[in-house]
Design a protein around this ligand. Structure first.
Ligand SMILES: [Zn+2]
Length: 551
């Protein structure tokens, strides 16, 4: 062999080995050569309000609503059919962190927490030697639900318990002055309301930047950031409302959005808000998103300034969307239609994700954790039901699967709202249930509801190919109806089997502690004893499995 060919051959082999070494983290450098991971969750963010998913603000079409997120998408891959496991924060984030569907993680009511037997995304990174930090800004991300597991630091960016205690005190004083009954239970309902007007992105960023500052490059990091300002109330920072609706002359603002009788009359179940005012509220929602996007841009800028951008995997998702009367309601946690369950998902892995690639296949929120662990080489969550999306990014073999979303909300205003929905690439099925007594193990029994108008089971099938908004239900005699139900049946049985194969703690160990650290602090600030009852009710019993959608 000629010397030059020898050099060429072994030179190429050497380069290949070098690349492999970097990929596997064998070579030194910052974090031992392994990539950092940043996971961003934006609460209540509809997919169809991001620029990268085609959104142009109604009254300011030339103003980009999400320039920083769009720029991330241009560098990474964009999932065009990503879906959540539910339409509210607690179960959706449980799915995000455990890689399990709601049926398997079981955190579907306020009383439950992530089973201590479960592995979580943060735990896997911690075990793999990552420095882990999480900063959250909504009450349902509290550590009492199990979200703190695996984080070296896990902190709230909401107003401090001391400040909240003072606000509760003022509120209780107002109730007393107007002769209305009040007690310590006010703390819990006030906490929820306070999260609606509190503005938290600034505090989340301060904590995140502090965390990044403390990283010395000895270990890779996993950073989780949960932004809440897109969540109602829609009260954007000064000037942003005008930017997205410069011509508005009406009186509607986004304050107290969920509870206003001039928006929705709960006693009649009727929408009261007019079209133009609703358009303005959507512009306020855009403005809130624009503010959050700006804060996210500052995190990206800090990573670039520190030279970490090309060493950091970034994933951006939402837990669920928000509805503006597309199906007769507002807010979220009421139905499971697409405005609530379709979510954005964007992934950028330095050197691995083809810039700007769009991925049309259906993916689930609980695929996120397996994907990040796969790309970071941090070892899988053993029990995970979700799958790494890497084959989709790299064009490998992929077996399509559907997604089941669920909501089990009962006790609110005395009317249970228990539903599930299934989707594949083409169809949507939605079912509604009622509670019908208890079984002999004390579990509340679920049975299918009957639609008041049609007198048929509350079960609707939509063909999103001809009806993307999910408004026109197929006739049960339509062959597409049967095709959809067969797909649902198959995925339902798989989800049940996955849940049944998991080891679960005893019921007592799956209930969340009665009070969070924050609530204990507020109680003591207000002079109440630690064991004061804040819920005013017994813990809810779990539900029996939903009836199978199978013939
Ligand atoms: Zn949420």
């Amino acid at each position: 062999m000629k010397r030059s060919r020898f050099v060429l051959l072994f030179g190429a082999l050497g380069l290949g080995l070098l690349a492999l070494a970097f990929q596997q983290g064998w070579l030194g450098g910052s974090g031992g050569g392994r990539l950092n991971v940043l996971l961003i969750s934006i609460d209540s963010l509809r997919r169809d309000h991001l620029g990268v998913y085609g959104h142009r603000p109604e009254y300011a079409p030339g103003v980009p609503v999400s320039p920083n997120i769009d720029a991330l998408a241009n560098e990474g891959v964009v999932f065009d059919s990503a879906w959540s496991s539910s339409s509210w924060t607690l179960p959706a984030h449980s799915a995000l962190m455990t890689g399990l569907s709601d049926r398997s993680h079981g955190v579907e009511m306020d009383d439950f927490r992530i089973d201590p037997l479960r592995e979580t995304l943060a735990l896997k990174f911690q075990q793999a030697g990552y420095s882990t930090g999480g900063f959250f800004s909504g009450p349902y991300l509290d550590p009492k639900y199990g979200f703190g597991k695996g984080f070296d630091v896990y902190e709230s960016g909401m107003i401090s318990p001391e400040e909240l205690a003072r606000a509760v005190k003022r509120y209780a004083g107002q109730l007393e002055a107007s002769g209305q009954p009040h007690g310590p239970q006010v703390i819990r309902s006030f906490r929820d309301r306070a999260s609606h007007w509190d503005r938290t992105s600034e505090r989340i960023n301060r904590k995140a930047l502090g965390f990044l500052e403390r990283q010395d490059g000895g270990k890779p990091f996993f950073l989780f950031l949960h932004y809440f300002d897109v969540h109602y109330d829609y009260i954007p920072p000064e000037g942003l409302a005008k930017k997205f609706d410069p011509g508005y002359t009406g009186k509607m603002d986004g304050n107290n959005w969920y509870f206003r009788p001039d928006v929705f009359d709960r006693s009649e179940g009727k929408r009261k808000i007019g079209e133009r005012d609703l358009g303005h509220v959507r512009a306020l929602y855009d403005a809130e998103l624009n503010g959050v996007d700006d804060h996210i841009g500052r995190i990206f800028a800090a990573l670039k300034k520190k030279g970490l951008w090309d060493r950091t995997i970034v994933m951006l998702v939402a837990d669920h969307g928000d509805e503006f009367f597309e199906h007769g309601f507002l807010g979220h946690r009421s139905t499971l239609f697409r405005e609530l369950t379709s979510i954005p998902m964007i992934l950028r892995v330095p050197g691995a994700t083809p810039p700007g690639k769009r991925i049309p296949e259906l993916v689930r929120i609980y695929d996120a954790a397996p994907t990040l662990l796969d790309y970071a080489g941090a070892g899988p969550i053993e029990d995970a039901e979700g799958r790494s999306l890497r084959p989709l990014v790299e064009g490998g073999a992929w077996e399509p699967r559907g997604v089941i979303s669920r909501i089990t909300h009962y006790g609110f205003a005395g009317s249970p709202n228990i539903r599930d929905a299934w989707r594949n690439e083409r169809y949507t099925v939605v079912r509604r249930f009622l509670i019908d007594g208890q079984d002999d193990r004390g579990r509340l029994q679920v049975r299918q509801a009957i639609d008041g108008q049609t007198r048929r089971p509350f079960l609707y099938v939509f063909d999103r190919r001809s009806d993307p908004g999910e408004h026109t239900a197929l006739d049960p005699a339509d062959p597409r109806f049967r095709e959809a139900m067969q797909g649902f049946c198959r995925d339902f049985q798989a989800a049940e089997a996955h849940a049944a194969a998991l080891k679960h703690s005893s019921l007592e160990n799956r209930y969340a502690p009665d009070k969070s650290q924050e609530e204990l602090t507020i109680l003591s600030q207000l002079g109440y004893a630690e064991d004061t009852d804040l819920s005013g009710r017994k813990k809810l019993a779990p539900l029996t499995p939903f009836p199978p959608p199978c013939p």
